[in-house]
Design a protein around this ligand. Structure first.
Ligand code: ADP
Ligand code: ZN
Length: 437
């Protein structure tokens, strides 16, 4: 463990009643700021009959209209910015996983908030100024690289801004520069674990102790695999470009969900169909309201990520609400022959059956019926070139998948290392049905 227990205990361990008061006050101020400076959103509020005088505290949250991804597209590029151009010092854009560009901005103070949020995550995994942080998230418009970079710099760590890619050099630097914390996507962490072993090294040859992995869904099974292959504890971090970038919520040493930085963001879960707020503990769409940022503070932003919130006491001492790992976005969900399928469910089954997260989901349509194939890489232990053996394994996996998904998939085992590895967010689904949308 590092020297520090918390980065900002005055917030991270805040009394809940005080926190609610702070959130209410900040919400009222930020709502007014957005109302007065963003014409597009003011019109939305006028239609809903809400003015800043109606928003006095947290109890008025429900009156505030939602914002969604389409609003960002409709106002591209600057339509939702709430400060004059000269106050904006940084632009980021979504990595376009779901195909559409959106642009966000930050003031100097906003970047400071972001650094604090990311620094809280680093301290929560045991880091302090003695640590060497290898930032292997992509640097650029994607928020991953700069987000962790800012937090680690603010905390006083030594930062290696290596960005993603160049996998062998990553391992060489990790070893020679004695990195202690690795930050990247979980799929890249898995790849780095594999590369380490391929280079004839073991976790004993490196100094890594913790990893901060996020920006895409990953399973508990994958966490265990990464922890083993790199000899570390692997932590989850959540964020999204629209709201901040990495550091909206962060995992502590308990590894039981991510604490939302509630002094900066109000989180709710809603029923995605009705838009109604759900009680704590129910699974729903996560909605965030930024209450301290100034350049791009979205009100009640619908993330399409599905999660569960809990205020159960956490043994780490932080009082911020925790959210579960999002199991996937509503727009990642595949509907195959009428059944809802999340890629994360498939990954869970594969890892439970001794495979790794090297797979590809191929969905198409033939004769008006959906086709559904999962290509899975054989692992060296199970490698066989006896056709009957392979077929037996495929059948076994197929049944295990059917059990969980309730829809039949064709399983094809392919030779080790034939499915392309990812250096950023993994793209595991090929859905040709959507090509003609
Ligand atoms: P894009 O929308 O182009 O993928 P973002 O980087 O903004 O770009 O992606 C944010 C999304 O990534 C979130 O809405 C969520 O779906 C996913 N995500 C981020 N962190 C995690 C995480 N720790 N676990 C699961 N999903 C995550
Ligand atoms: Zn905790």
């Amino acid at each position: 463990m590092g020297r520090l227990k918390y980065y900002q205990p005055e917030y991270e361990c805040m009394d809940y009643e005080q926190l609610k008061e702070l959130q209410g006050k900040r919400l009222a101020e930020t709502f007014r700021h957005v109302y007065e400076n963003v014409e597009y959103y003011r019109k939305r509020c006028e239609e809903a009959g809400v003015t800043p005088d109606d928003i006095k505290g947290l109890e008025d949250l429900d009156k505030i209209p939602f914002t969604c991804k389409d609003d960002l597209r409709a106002t591209y590029p600057y339509g939702l910015f709430a400060v004059p151009k000269e106050k904006v010092v940084r632009i980021h854009a979504s990595s376009g996983t779901t195909g559409k560009q959106i642009v966000v901005g930050y003031t100097k103070e906003d970047l400071d908030i972001w650094d604090d949020c990311a620094a809280r995550q680093l301290v929560a995994v045991g880091a302090d100024e003695n640590d060497i942080v290898q930032v292997a998230y992509g640097y650029g418009l994607f928020t991953g690289g700069f987000g962790l970079h800012g937090g680690a710099t603010k905390l006083g760590c030594q930062v290696i801004p290596i960005s993603s890619g160049n996998t062998q050099r990553q391992i060489t630097f990790m070893k020679d520069l004695r990195s202690t914390v690795l930050a990247c996507t979980p799929s890249y962490a898995a790849y780095l674990g594999e590369a380490l072993h391929d280079m004839g090294l073991t976790p004993d040859d490196i100094c890594l102790k913790a990893g901060i992995f996020g920006a895409e869904p990953w399973t508990e099974e994958m966490r265990r695999d990464i922890e083993k292959s790199l000899g570390i504890k692997a932590y989850d971090i959540y964020g999204l470009t629209e709201v901040l970038g990495p550091g909206v919520s962060y995992e502590c040493a308990e590894q039981k969900g991510m604490h939302v930085n509630e002094d900066h963001f109000i989180v709710e879960t809603i029923d995605p169909e009705t838009g109604k707020r759900l009680p704590e503990g129910s699974k729903g769409e996560l909605v965030f309201t930024a209450i301290t940022k100034r350049a791009f503070p979205l009100m009640r932003f619908r993330t399409k990520d599905i999660g569960v919130l809990t205020r159960e006491k956490c043994a780490c001492g932080r009082t911020f609400v925790r959210m579960t790992k999002p199991m996937g976005r509503t727009d990642d969900m595949l509907i195959i022959r009428g059944v809802n399928v999340f890629p994360s469910q498939i990954e869970g089954v594969l890892l439970q059956n001794g495979y790794q997260a090297n797979y590809q989901i191929i969905v198409g349509r033939e004769n008006n019926t959906d086709t559904f194939e999962i290509k899975v890489e054989m692992v060296p232990e199970k490698f066989s070139d006896v056709v009957s053996e392979i077929e037996k394994e495929e059948k076994k996996l197929q049944n295990a998948l059917l059990n969980i998904l309730q829809v039949k998939a064709k399983v094809t085992l392919v030779a080790p290392k034939t499915i392309a590895r990812s250096e950023g967010k993994a793209k595991r689904v090929i859905d040709t049905r959507k090509l003609h949308d």
